[in-house]
Structure formats: structure tokens, C-alpha cells
Design a protein. Structure first.
Length: 273
């Protein structure tokens, strides 16, 4: 790919409750070709474990394809994960908190950030039959119904019961440089829970744009005692086709990671989640 295209700014961003919706934020290519994980201390053994995790993460981050870590070719690539890292840095997650035991700092949790050269990652993606997703990553307006026993609500900017869910969705977007927005309750006045679950995606996409997003990500999560977790169903429309995917028996944090990961896979051209 020509050098000037490599330097084109990617459109990425994050919209959470309390912030006005924006179409996108700009991030450089450097933001895309890096990944982060949590390791214990700064020792070599745990660093190599972190390098393996960061490799998985950067390949998915750049391509949008959630299937890559499960490919058999990844086994050999992970064995050489450190060879692909251009630079790395640590951040002590307990920075400012005094050491309070005899073990010192080697057991403290650290953020390990790995930086990669685009050419290195792109070559690995090609070996895996994939390619970079360098196009605009649109803001997704989330239309979510929640059911837990007798408690039912639709997620909106103002809904107090959904505060931790909105924060969780925001956390789910960061690894993929995705971004989300949430509707106000007044914008959902004509749509009850049943309507949101069955509404045509084209109509939800139209409402999504009124909210400040580019398109809709529709879903429902229902608590299941039998599954010991949430059952989450998701819908997203791309080029006239409505994609559906589901995850069962998970925390809502995982349900939202599956939602964002599935959306990234679809929008990057990698098909059904």
C-alpha cells in the first residue's frame, strides 16, 4: 500500500453517557498498530506470555477479524511473538501505592503495551489470509433491551440502572478502536422493548443517525438462571444484509465484548461473527 495511504488518519472514537455524540475522533496509524495486556511484574517469563497475548490482540485490532486467534497457524506465530514487537513499555497499575509486602515490585500488575511496525503486522495478516481494516470505523448507536427477572429496561443515556452497562460497552470498544453512542429516553418514546427487538434494522439505522451515530447495533440481554449468565442476541445491518449472532451464559462485560467484536468482524468485511 502506498506510504501516503498508510499515514491517512483513521476515523475512530468513543461516545459514552455524558458526552455529546460525535461522528468520529481521529487517530493515527500508530494507535492502530499497538496492543496492551496486563502482566505480573516485568520479568522475562511473564513478558513472553504478554507478548503472545499482545500479538493476538494486535492482529484482531488491525484486521477486525475475531477468528484469527483460533487459526492453527497462530500456534507457531505465538512461539515467536516477541520477534514481531518493535518496542514495548510498562506501566505499574499500582503506581503511587506504596509496596506493602516483602516481595517488592515483581508481583505488581503492569500494563504491557507493545508497538508494532505496520509492515510486520500486515505481513502476518497476509500469512493468515487476512488484511488490515483501515477504513472508517463508524459510531454504532446501541439499542439494547435488558431483562433480569421482573426488572426490564431499555438502555438510554439517562437510565440509572444502565450506568455500569454503558461503562462496560465503552471498555469493550477500546481494544478495537470502535466507538458507541446511546439514545436519550425521549428518542425511544415510540419504541418499547418488543418493538426494539423486532424493528426493521433500516428504521433503527435511521434513528441511529438522529442520535449521532452512523448505524444501529441492536440487541437484547436476558438473565438466565439455567445458564448462570446472560443470553445476548445482537443484530447489525451491513450493505442490505442483517447479521445476527448470540452468546450464552456470560457476564454482560463479555456480552458487550462479543457485540463489539461481532460488529467489527462484519464491518471489516470478514463476514458472520
Amino acid at each position: 500500500m502506498p506510504g501516503f495511504l498508510r499515514c491517512t488518519l483513521l476515523t475512530v472514537g468513543l461516545v459514552i453517557a455524558g458526552f455529546a455524540p460525535r461522528a468520529a475522533f481521529a487517530a493515527t496509524i500508530d494507535d492502530l498498530y499497538k496492543s496492551q495486556t496486563i502482566v505480573t511484574g516485568q520479568g522475562e517469563v511473564n513478558r513472553q506470555i504478554g507478548f503472545k497475548d499482545c500479538l493476538d490482540r494486535v492482529l484482531v485490532r488491525v484486521s477486525g477479524d475475531q477468528r484469527l486467534p483460533k487459526k492453527p497457524e497462530m500456534l507457531a506465530l505465538r512461539d515467536k511473538a516477541g520477534d514481531f514487537v518493535d518496542a514495548f513499555r510498562y506501566h505499574d497499575r499500582l503506581e503511587g501505592i506504596p509496596i506493602h509486602d516483602e516481595q517488592g515490585t515483581h508481583d505488581r500488575p503492569h500494563d504491557l503495551t507493545c508497538l508494532y511496525k505496520p509492515a510486520t503486522v500486515d505481513k502476518l495478516l497476509a500469512q493468515l489470509g487476512s488484511k488490515p481494516w483501515l477504513g472508517e470505523r463508524p459510531t454504532l448507536t446501541v439499542f439494547l433491551t435488558t431483562e433480569q427477572g421482573a426488572q426490564h429496561f431499555v438502555l438510554s443515556v439517562e437510565e440509572e440502572r444502565g450506568k455500569t452497562m454503558r461503562e462496560s460497552f465503552a471498555n469493550a470498544t477500546d481494544p478495537l478502536l470502535m466507538h458507541v453512542a446511546f439514545p436519550k429516553a425521549a428518542q425511544l418514546a415510540d419504541l418499547d422493548e418488543k418493538a426494539l427487538r423486532t424493528e426493521d434494522m433500516a428504521k433503527l439505522d435511521q434513528l441511529a443517525r438522529q442520535v449521532g451515530g452512523a448505524q444501529a447495533l441492536a440487541g437484547s440481554i436476558v438473565w438466565s438462571d439455567k445458564e448462570l449468565g446472560w443470553i445476548a442476541d445482537w443484530r447489525l445491518d451491513d450493505h442490505g444484509k442483517t447479521y445476527r449472532w448470540q452468546v450464552r451464559g456470560v457476564s454482560f462485560d463479555e456480552a458487550f465484548r462479543v457485540a463489539i467484536g461481532g460488529a467489527a468482524q462484519i464491518l471489516s468485511g470478514n463476514g458472520q461473527p
